[in-house]
Design a protein around this ligand. Structure first.
Ligand SMILES: Nc1ncnc2c1ncn2[C@@H]1O[C@H](COP(=O)(O)OP(=O)(O)O)[C@@H](O)[C@H]1O
Ligand SMILES: CC(C)(COP(=O)(O)O)[C@@H](O)C(=O)NCCC(=O)O
Length: 412
């Protein structure tokens, strides 16, 4: 059975075409709530008698257990954490429309629980119970980030890319040569995790100067109303208006003895010391540009230093701060390249912001109500295909907002 054939064409109004939602997971972070849910194709249930293995789904079936294959799609959504009510409404609408998140065949097993990770799984647990009557089954944030990253790296084609000189270059990851690597998740704050295998990791560092800092400071300094507006501003700005460059200090020349060119930033925002200007005298786009550069550069440098600490050559960057934004990725890539003298590589993930929630979703397989078999959702997604998904544009490797992944879940 080729999983490619299971993909359905997305409908612009998903509520009109979704089959029953059987699993939904949340990652409630400091800035954003990420949602992943599985919708089953209307006529998708296939029962299999257990066999030791099958060519199509190697390692999926074992013993004499009977498994049900649920074919469908994974859908992604995000909400601002400050607008959690929108998220509650969204979940409520799905619950209402699709009859709740029940066990697909045995409603008696339904415990009305959703897998959830991130700090908000603790902070908002009561709210979910009160407003939706749903409990949050908490999964550790770091466990989920690593599980989500490993899943994407191993199972999803065209997931990883480098960003060099304005171009994305997609990389094929060799599953046998994946570990160890450094995972840098740039959310509100930044976590740096050394990953040695499935479930084998250590959070080695972090920094409080992250995506929340960029958005928070940027909002105060530019008065812009949305994160996207701030990014758009930074796109148009010129950081040299505010940043103090080596050339500004050295009379226009390089400081070549220590490897610094005249255009290297010597001091972010340093020109503001002597310009005798107030914040309103600077263009918001220039401020946004300097800020983005300062924070991206700093994260790139700390990441490299941690990679150096543990002799890691590969650094994967995730988190919604990146947003596939060219200037952010370019700054991080250049910082890693510069500090490592070309030894280490910055790599990015297409599903950058969904690592944690994918990990939470996969934990249904680990200890789910319906005894799904560990890794089977992952295995099925290994066999999943993007080829027939209309949202995917293979020309540039981008996804539309409405992206979904064709997949199958295996439940016992
Ligand atoms: N629409 C948005 N609203 C707010 N922040 C956004 C948005 N899109 C991207 N971001 C950036 O992403 C960061 C949050 O990333 P995320 O990985 O979701 O972390 P968290 O789990 O802490 O919410 C924000 O701090 C901000 O820098
Ligand atoms: C506390 C967090 C793990 C929460 O995750 P987030 O919501 O930012 O994705 C993260 O913000 C973080 O790692 N902050 C950096 C803290 C530090 O190491 O200094």
């Amino acid at each position: 059975m080729d999983q490619r054939q299971t993909a359905i064409v997305d409908n612009p109004d998903p509520s009109q075409s979704l089959g029953q939602i059987s699993h939904l997971a949340l990652d409630i972070g400091g800035s954003l709530i990420k949602v992943v849910y599985f919708s089953r194709n209307r006529d998708s249930s296939v029962d299999h008698k257990g066999e030791s293995s099958s060519n199509d789904n190697p390692g999926v079936f074992n013993g004499n257990r009977k498994h049900t294959v649920l074919k469908g799609k994974l859908h992604f959504a995000k909400f601002e954490t400050s607008k959690i009510n929108d998220c509650l409404e969204f979940i409520s609408s799905k619950k209402h429309h699709l009859g709740g998140f029940q066990h697909h065949e045995n409603p008696a097993k339904d415990k009305k629980f959703i897998k959830a990770t991130g700090g908000g799984a603790y902070k908002f647990a009561e709210l979910f119970k009160e407003k939706l009557g749903i409990g949050l089954d908490k999964e550790d944030e770091m466990d989920c980030l690593v599980a989500g990253a490993n899943f994407l790296l191993k199972a999803v084609p065209r997931e990883v890319y480098t960003y060099v000189d304005g171009h994305k270059e997609f990389l094929q990851i060799d599953h046998n040569d994946l570990y160890p690597y450094l995972l840098v998740n740039i959310g509100s704050g930044v976590s740096m995790i050394k990953v040695d295998g499935d479930g084998k990791f250590e959070r080695v560092s972090g920094t409080n100067v992250g995506g929340g800092t960029f958005w928070g400071l940027g909002r105060l300094l530019t008065r812009c109303k949305s994160f996207d507006e701030l990014l758009e501003l930074s796109h148009r700005g010129n950081n040299r208006v505010i940043d103090m460059l080596v050339g500004d200090i050295y009379g226009g020349t390089d400081y070549s003895k220590i490897g610094l060119s005249s255009t290297t930033i010597a001091s972010s925002f340093g020109k503001a010391i002597s310009d005798n200007k107030e914040i309103d005298d600077y263009k918001p786009e220039d401020v946004a540009r300097s800020l983005l550069r300062m924070i991206s550069n700093n994260i790139g440098q700390i990441s490299y230093l941690n990679a150096l600490r543990f002799g890691l050559k590969r650094i994967f960057f995730g988190g919604f701060f990146i947003q596939g934004h060219p200037y952010t990725m370019d700054t991080i890539s250049v910082a890693v390249h510069f500090w490592s003298k070309g030894e280490a590589k910055a790599m990015f993930l297409r599903h950058e912001g969904f690592l944690g929630v994918l990990g939470a979703f996969m934990s249904y397989a680990k200890h789910s109500l319906d005894d799904s078999v560990v890794n089977q959702s992952m295995q099925s997604l290994v066999n999943g295909s993007y080829a027939s998904d209309t949202n995917y544009n293979p020309q540039n490797g981008d996804w539309s907002d409405n992206e979904s992944i064709p997949c199958s879940l295996y439940t016992a």
